[in-house]
Design a protein around this ligand. Structure first.
Ligand SMILES: [Zn+2]
Length: 204
């Protein structure tokens, strides 16, 4: 049986470790990189090198940024009374788009029994220390509204309970409900149930 060059196998194996890249795709990508101009392939290698050198993890909120503390943590105009706890640094941009001006805390994941992710694998302890030191008026647990996100929010609420109650800090969860533009006839029962539970007063 003919064997392939060791370096090609090594590249395929590397690519195969990337999320969502199976062995077939890894093989296809490896051969694509061998087919294109050498310069083109090296640009990818250099882009990875540059982004790894330029982007740091913020030591306060665990957001990714060119500086540590990140531009959000070091922005004096941000509302420090509000701390939004999110799973992934990619979500920062989503909340920024909404006009949110408070601070963030990135968990770097969520609890998952299936994937063996435990509280100590997340930035849970840093969150507890931060809340005790910075004493925001509100900590909003903005993990995803799915099974694992809910489980993560519940655990954080439990761990935060004692210190936040003592300091009068509100712990909240993102409201859920009907997506704008949706129709009541079409949304799922669980969304409708959440919408009823999360109803709010209507100002006249
Ligand atoms: Zn930060």
């Amino acid at each position: 049986m003919a064997t392939r060059d060791r370096t090609i196998e090594a590249l395929i194996e590397r690519l195969n470790r990337l999320p969502g890249i199976g062995p077939k795709t890894a093989e296809r990508l490896a051969f694509h990189l061998l087919r294109v101009d050498a310069e083109e392939a090296l640009l990818l290698a250099r882009a990875i090198e540059q982004v790894r050198a330029a982007v740091k993890t913020c030591s306060r909120c665990f957001n990714l940024d060119a500086s540590d503390p990140c531009s959000i943590c070091s922005d004096a105009t941000r509302d420090r009374s509000m701390l939004l706890v999110i799973e992934d640094p990619r979500e920062v941009a989503r909340f920024e788009d909404t006009g949110y001006r408070g601070l963030y805390h990135v968990l770097q994941g969520r609890l998952s029994q299936l994937e063996g992710i435990r509280p100590e694998d997340l930035t849970t302890n840093s969150l507890l220390t931060r809340v005790a030191q910075e004493r925001p008026a509100e900590v909003c647990l903005a993990t995803n509204p799915d099974l694992e996100g809910e489980g993560t929010a519940r655990l954080l609420a439990e761990r935060l309970a004692a210190s936040t109650a003592a300091q009068g800090i509100r712990v909240t969860r993102l409201a859920r409900g009907l997506p704008a533009g949706s129709s009541i006839a079409q949304v799922s029962t669980s969304i409708l149930a959440d919408a009823i539970e999360g109803r709010r007063p209507l100002a006249p």
